[in-house]
Write a protein that binds this ligand. Structure first.
Ligand SMILES: Nc1ncnc2c1ncn2[C@@H]1O[C@H](COP(=O)(O)OP(=O)(O)OP(=O)(O)O)[C@@H](O)[C@H]1O
Ligand SMILES: [Mg+2]
Length: 100
């Protein structure tokens, strides 16, 4: 059985030129069914960036992400929406910003 989540050499960079911010650096990760993973790090270290990539909400600058053996790389917006609907639960860090 393939892993639930696989990341291969995933990198994410925000901005460009003088304001470039490199956040994820060639990240390799495998999470199997039944595993619980906690991501720890100081503010600004990239936890939300990592989770957004793992949750199919953010496209990495390079590398490849697989969910249930399916690569996210060539999926269009509609396919990613369907995949999130079927396979991903996501609690946003700033959920309360959107509730009135
Ligand atoms: N959309 C964006 N554009 C530019 N820079 C960004 C963007 N999102 C995040 N960053 C920067 O990327 C770095 C990592 O941010 P991220 O939100 O992933 O960190 P975090 O570990 O979740 O922090 P916190 O513990 O405060 O939630 C930070 O320096 C942040 O300023
Ligand atoms: Mg965060």
């Amino acid at each position: 059985m393939s892993a639930k989540l696989v990341m291969k050499q995933v990198s994410k960079t925000y901005g460009d030129g003088d304001s470039v911010m490199s956040v994820l650096h060639n990240l390799d990760l495998e999470v199997n069914e039944g595993e619980f993973v906690a991501v720890l790090g100081p503010s600004g270290s990239g936890k939300s960036t990592f989770l957004s990539a793992a949750g199919a909400l953010l496209t990495p600058t390079s590398g490849e992400i697989f969910i249930d053996g399916e690569s996210l790389t060539n999926k269009d917006k509609g396919e990613l929406t369907e995949l999130r609907l079927q396979k991903i639960g996501f609690m946003f860090q700033a959920l309360n910003c959107c509730l009135t």
